[in-house]
Design a protein around this ligand. Structure first.
Ligand code: PLP
Length: 452
């Protein structure tokens, strides 16, 4: 009999609750601080830009948070997402390791991002909000919120990092197809954007700048709230549906991962797959958890664990996280979704507690891994996800050298169908691995807020 490749759950097994790691952390998360006063912020400080339900989730320490039925109904469009055994890749690598991946590219927008876009749009709609503003790097988050907004009748305005806006015109077309407006950031529509353009009219933009623009719009209009695609606790929470499904599917496969791997931009797809396994690790499991980031924006491996702003314009609360400094401008790369100066406070905390490892790779070696994966498994990965693939391949090759049949589970967070220019550049040898600018990092770190 042929061996199983896809592990599929029926729709009625879509998890009924998200998992909140805050309930099980051995040390609580340091609180967010007000950007102006430096005092611990309360729910009222967040009320101008977020719905109440989301603020409650942000600070909750309940272990399980029910997924509203209308959100589960939308999830049915693509969830449960498949768990796939990468048998052909195992063969190509000639490794005794078993490779599994959770494939999040089956969502309408092509990545894990709708897992949180849908509940965020739902909660905003429930509280009477008619417009949402947001940022996007590679365009995956912007198109996910545009999709979710179209389902719930909410207007969506997306500030897209300029370098990605230019690289990925079809992502913009996708957002417009869902009825959203997409603006290249920095723009002259906001004070934050105008300030950046005054200093550098040719600015490539960054996620930190685009966040400032989107937050400014939300804070200045009563009909508009802000939605963030990563970093915050409630976003990590919504993504745990990935790991909860994976646990059920690994049971179907009769296996347990020895290693869990995901790429880390703001940390949400990593949190989604890894947090349910970190729960097991806290209880005593020996599973290794690895976050993989770009060497050009190495937040977890070279950043400082400190209080910092989430955006360049210093409008957001200060959170304790691994950061390269909110003024750090990462070089342009094809993994726009990983080009963020900070890391989710929850992921940063987990790293500080020694519950995860982190490593960084250059983009060319990640594209080489992505092509190897595509030629074995058929799926063309998003450039961001290729970092997880590179991590998984390296672990599988280590298993080969050591003669160990370990089980490796990684998150394939999205497909790369809108990223073909990046692949073309890779194959024509045009991609370079920028040298990391240590002195720019030192300057940005010297500008971190002084929090006692
Ligand atoms: C496909 C894909 N994977 C990963 C990421 C990184 O984000 P996060 O670390 O929040 O999962 C992005 C961000 O846009 C993305 O589009």
């Amino acid at each position: 009999m042929s061996e199983t490749v896809k592990y599929l759950l029926s729709e009625d097994r879509i998890p009924k609750a998200w998992y909140n790691l805050a309930a099980d952390l051995p040390v609580p998360l340091p609180p967010p601080l007000h950007p102006g006063t430096g005092q611990v912020i309360g729910p009222d400080d967040l009320a101008p830009i977020f719905p109440k339900a989301v603020i409650e989730q942000e600070v909750s320490t309940e272990r399980w948070i029910d997924i509203p039925e209308p959100v589960r109904d939308v999830y049915r469009l693509w969830r449960p997402a498949p768990l796939i055994r990468a048998r052909a890749l195992e063969k190509a690598l000639d490794t005794p390791a078993k490779l599994y991946f959770k494939y999040e590219g089956v969502s309408p927008a092509g990545s894990h991002k709708p897992n949180t876009a849908v509940p965020q749009a739902f909660y905003n709609k429930q509280e009477g909000i008619t417009r949402l503003s947001t940022e996007t790097g590679a365009g995956q988050w912007g198109s996910s919120l545009a999709f979710a907004g179209s389902l719930f009748g909410i207007e969506v305005e997306v500030y897209m990092v300029k370098v990605s806006y230019q690289q990925k015109p079809y992502r913009r077309a996708l957002m417009e197809t869902y009825g959203a407006t997409c603006i290249a950031s920095p723009s002259n529509l906001t004070q934050a954007g105008r300030d950046i353009l005054a200093k550098d009219p040719n600015s490539n933009g960054s996620l930190g700048i685009a966040i400032s623009e989107a937050v400014e719009v939300a804070a200045s209009r009563s009909d508009t709230n802000y939605a963030l695609g990563s970093v915050l606790n409630h976003v990590c929470l919504h993504q745990t549906i990935i790991g909860e499904e994976a646990i059920l599917q690994m049971e179907m496969a009769g296996d347990q991962p020895d290693i869990v791997i995901a790429c880390t931009g703001g940390g949400s797809n990593f949190a989604g797959l890894a947090f349910p396994y970190i729960r097991e690790k806290i209880k005593g499991s020996k599973v290794r958890i690895i976050g993989v980031e770009p060497a050009s924006c190495p937040t977890l491996t070279r950043g400082r664990y400190a209080y910092d702003y989430g955006d360049t314009g210093r409008l957001t609360p200060m959170v304790k996280m691994h950061t390269l400094g909110s003024t750090f401008m990462p070089p342009g790369s094809h993994s726009g979704g990983l080009r963020y100066h900070g890391m989710a406070p929850m992921v940063s905390h987990v790293k500080e507690l020694g519950l995860m490892e982190a490593r960084a790779y250059h983009q060319t070696e990640c594209f080489a891994a992505a092509a190897r994966f595509a030629r074995a498994e058929g799926i063309v990965p998003a450039p961001e996800s290729s970092h997880a693939i590179k991590g998984a391949i390296d672990e599988a090759l280590r298993c080969k050298v050591e003669g160990r049949a370990e089980t490796i589970l990684f998150n394939l967070s999205g497909h790369g169908h809108f990223d073909m220019q990046a692949y073309t550049d890779h194959f024509s040898g045009k991609l370079i691995d920028p040298t990391f600018n240590q002195s720019a990092l030192d300057i940005a770190l010297s500008e971190l807020p002084n929090v006692g």
